[in-house]
Design a protein around this ligand. Structure first.
Ligand SMILES: NC(=O)c1ccc[n+]([C@@H]2O[C@H](COP(=O)([O-])OP(=O)(O)OC[C@H]3O[C@@H](n4cnc5c(N)ncnc54)[C@H](O)[C@@H]3O)[C@@H](O)[C@H]2O)c1
Length: 341
């Protein structure tokens, strides 16, 4: 298939693109390029990379594609809080705009990178795809708005699917330090302590970034009737864990002790997720990673590359820090979250 991947130069995109290429698909990327240079090892090659904003795409840009994989977004809560209006503009209206343009261009499939964070403050039972949405942040709300807008476009010619990814972990050529497993492993490496930012009690579903790529590939190649206007929680039941459990695993693997950041209290995002649907309806999705293996992978790659504390906690690996850096250099307008120039 010929596939346009937007957000291809981010954390998930940099793992997904080579994965699609090795499955025989032709990839074209589209990205604003905010994190160009935030490298953790060599970048993917061998495909066309377009630079631009998803909100400016016109149908002609999408002529001749068999599918769009839509990753481009404000990808976490802290950036979402900076300017909720602009976050909705990228994450909800931008996603719906991309889908409208894809549909107008005759692209039959649209895979949306959604998030389990739309379940937000869940109860004690694991939530399945038909569970209620209780987003607790503009980021989570934006994913609900996007899914609802995309679903309204579904018809005989256009099949959107919603991959509600658990929180990712694992190495990527565009590593992020602001997601929990990577963060705890990185503080073990750079500070010799596994420093918790919350009291560790919340439940969180996790999935390796390469297994997210496996899920996108499985949905891309699935029969239309299995994925048409369908949501899938992406992860494994075994990897729904309390954050303190992750911290203990990181401590055991790295030999660094667990500590608590000043003022660490409970976290309002607390949910357990049920992964029965993806396991039963998309058997081609066969996740390969466990959290301890992912911790060992990140720790090994950090050791190889010699990451410093200031690098790990700065703009290279923390998305919010990079956004602030771009805004200070007048390369990004925080009011609109648009590249300047
Ligand atoms: N990483 C996770 O744990 C996780 C979990 C669930 C869902 N997701 C979703 O998966 C997607 C990718 O996440 P990621 O971790 O790779 O994030 P990331 O921040 O590393 O990458 C996002 C990419 O999108 C690009 N982008 C942002 N706004 C754009 C715009 N308006 N036009 C063009 N490009 C734009 C950025 O330049 C960046 O390269 C996001 O939609 C995110 O919400 C991520």
């Amino acid at each position: 298939m010929r596939v346009l991947v937007d957000g291809d130069r981010g954390y998930i995109g940099a793992v997904l693109v080579p994965f699609l290429q090795s499955a025989g698909h032709e990839v074209v990327g589209l990205d604003a390029g905010w994190y160009d240079g935030c490298d953790f090892g060599p970048q993917p090659t061998g495909y066309v990379q377009r630079t631009g904003d998803i909100r400016d795409v016109v149908p002609e840009d999408l002529d001749g594609f068999d599918a769009v994989i839509h990753l481009a977004a404000i990808s976490n809560d802290p950036i979402g809080h900076l300017n909720p209006g602009a976050t909705y503009s990228v994450n909800a209206h931008g996603a719906i705009h991309m889908a409208q343009m894809a549909k107008a261009a005759g692209v039959p499939r649209f895979l949306f990178s959604s998030s389990c964070s739309l379940y937000g403050a869940g109860g004690d039972a694991p939530v399945a795809e038909d569970g209620a949405f209780h987003p607790v942040t503009p980021y989570g709300e934006s994913k609900v708005m996007a899914e609802q807008g995309l679903s309204a476009l579904a018809d005989d010619t256009f099949s959107p699917s919603y991959l509600r990814n658990a929180t990712a972990y694992g190495s990527s050529p565009r590593l992020r330090a602001d997601i929990v497993v990577n963060n705890l492993t990185g503080t073990a490496y750079t500070r010799d302590e596994v420093r918790l930012q919350s009291d560790g009690s919340p439940w969180r579903p996790l999935v390796h970034v390469e297994d997210i790529a496996r899920a996108f590939l499985a949905v891309l190649e699935a029969p239309r009737d299995v994925v048409h206007d369908q949501a899938f929680n992406v992860g494994r039941d075994e990897d729904v864990v309390q954050i303190r459990t992750i911290a203990e695993q990181v401590a055991e693997i790295t030999g660094s002790p667990v500590s608590f950041a000043e003022g660490a209290g409970p976290d309002s995002r607390n949910y357990q997720v049920d992964f029965t649907k993806i396991r039963t309806e998309l058997p081609a999705f066969a996740p390969q990673w466990t959290v301890p293996d992912g911790v060992r992978q990140i720790y090994r790659d950090m050791t190889t590359r010699g990451v410093t504390v200031s690098e790990f906690e700065g703009p290279r690996y923390v998305r919010l820090e990079k956004i602030h850096e771009l805004a200070a250099a007048r390369r990004l307008d925080l009011a609109t979250l648009r590249t300047i120039g």
